[in-house]
Design a protein around this ligand. Structure first.
Ligand code: URA
Ligand code: CA
Length: 438
């Protein structure tokens, strides 16, 4: 087999055999296929796409390019959740404890934030003492004891994705549904879970800017998961505005604790998306018969403080110095030199928000990274006071910034102000959930 022939075949829009895809992935990972041929092939995939069976094989080969975690000796159905990335998306810190409190087994590997999106690992590390780098056996011990654990990627998982993603980033080949779907699913599958709930974001703050693209990505990922023997559901949710009101690491941990403490209204979008994702996790794990049953179990766990207790136990297991103090007073994670209210020019209803730019404003304050090596300040960020469609009076603060290093404050304020548009008329309410794909 020759790579040049396979590139030409994909350029013509023909489907590969399993043997051909095996040849491409093993050849690229072992170095016998050079970057220039791999980029040409990925560009052909961008234009011509892949059939269902090709994407499944690609994902299977990527998953098997490195270590595959074996969770089979843990009790229960292992159920994971993955978000395609958003702003103010602190759902994992709410859902993982709630699902564990209802009998689910959540053994999850999460990522760090980059650019305008946040990452669960950075949020966990906002709690003093927490260390998210654990060996697999210690990770499994924590899950066995508490029903949940969230850590960083351990071992050599999916080296094919690391190589391909770095190449896609510099060759204009990120935006391809087969390549995105196989990248995400190979990592989830290698992490050893039995069932996966995908939160596919759409809107101004998301990878997939339209509902149609989000639906196509969802369908592709669900088919991959099911074809490789994992129960998979995708929920398409809105990212035209930040999901929660807090953006920043300590601030988002505080918001998650607020939800688990019953301090966030049931009509709040963050609360609703958390409940929907967690309900689907319970159903996939076989722990709930239907939505009504799942929601009743989750609401009980929340009201009885069992979700909060699970979060506390996990933080303690990850090394937190005093998880109880953080749970009792989460504001301690957000102590800053300066809190700066931000006002807009004029007044009116919020008619548009650019969630990515709001994330960028928080990043400029030190809550996120522009580059992988940047250091995060866990206490800084911003808290929004208004949502889409709400009225903002003249001089009324739209947000409060939590600031330690004021050197980029002006830029952050400008980014935030530019991210919010006011109009004379109240806009129609937009749905938070655009569909469920299963
Ligand atoms: N996230 C991933 O992990 N991979 C992609 O290709 C896109 C988003
Ligand atoms: Ca985007």
């Amino acid at each position: 087999m020759r790579m040049v022939d396979l590139i030409a075949k994909k350029r013509r829009g023909e489907a590969h055999t399993h043997a051909e895809i095996d040849f491409i992935i093993s050849g690229y990972v072992n170095g016998s296929i050079p970057d220039y041929q791999m980029s040409a092939w990925m560009m052909a995939v961008c234009w011509q796409g892949m059939e269902e069976d090709e994407v499944s094989r690609l994902t299977f080969d990527m998953m098997n390019s490195g270590d595959v975690v074996d969770l089979s000796d843990l009790p229960g159905v292992k159920v994971d959740k993955h978000s395609t990335g958003g702003v103010g998306d602190t759902t994992t810190l709410v859902i993982a404890p709630l699902v564990a409190a209802c009998g689910g087994t959540v053994a999850k590997m999460s990522g760090r934030g980059l650019g305008h999106t946040g990452g669960t690992l950075d949020k966990l590390e906002a709690v003093p003492g927490v260390c998210v780098e654990k060996e697999i056996e210690e990770f499994k011990d924590i899950v066995r004891k508490n029903g949940l654990c969230v850590i960083g990627q351990s071992g050599n998982l999916v080296p094919a994705d690391k190589l391909m993603y770095a190449l896609r980033d510099v060759t204009g080949t990120v935006e391809s549904i087969p390549l995105i779907a196989s990248s995400i699913m190979s990592k989830k599958l290698a992490a050893g879970t039995d069932a996966i709930v995908l939160d596919v974001k759409t809107g101004s703050g998301a990878f997939m800017q339209t509902v149609e693209d989000a639906r196509r990505l969802s369908e592709t990922m669900v088919r991959i998961g099911n074809s490789l023997g994992r129960r998979t559901v995708a929920i398409i949710t809105d990212m035209d505005q930040p999901l929660g009101m807090a953006i920043g690491n300590g601030l988002e941990v505080k918001e998650a604790i607020d939800v688990l403490s019953g301090r966030v209204s049931e009509s709040d979008p963050l609360y609703q998306v958390c409940m929907l994702l967690a309900s689907n996790m319970l159903k996939l794990a076989g722990l709930a018969a239907d939505d009504g049953d799942a929601e009743a179990q989750l609401t009980d766990a929340l009201k009885e403080g069992r979700g909060l207790k699970k979060l506390q136990d996990m933080l303690t297991a990850l090394g937190a110095e005093d998880a109880g103090a953080v749970i009792a007073d989460p504001e301690c994670l957000c102590k800053v030199k300066q809190k700066v209210p931000v006002t807009l020019d004029g007044e009116g209803y919020i008619s548009a928000m650019y969630a990515a730019d709001i994330g960028n404003a928080a990043q400029m304050l030190g809550a996120g990274r522009a580059e992988k090596t940047d250091v995060i300040d866990p206490a800084v960020g911003l808290v929004m006071h208004k949502r889409m469609g709400e009225y903002v009076a003249a001089g009324e603060p739209i947000a409060t910034m939590y600031v330690n290093d004021g050197s980029r404050l002006d830029g952050a304020i400008a980014a935030l102000k530019g991210a919010i548009k006011l109009g004379k008329d109240k806009p129609a309410a937009a749905p938070m959930v655009h569909g469920i794909v299963q």
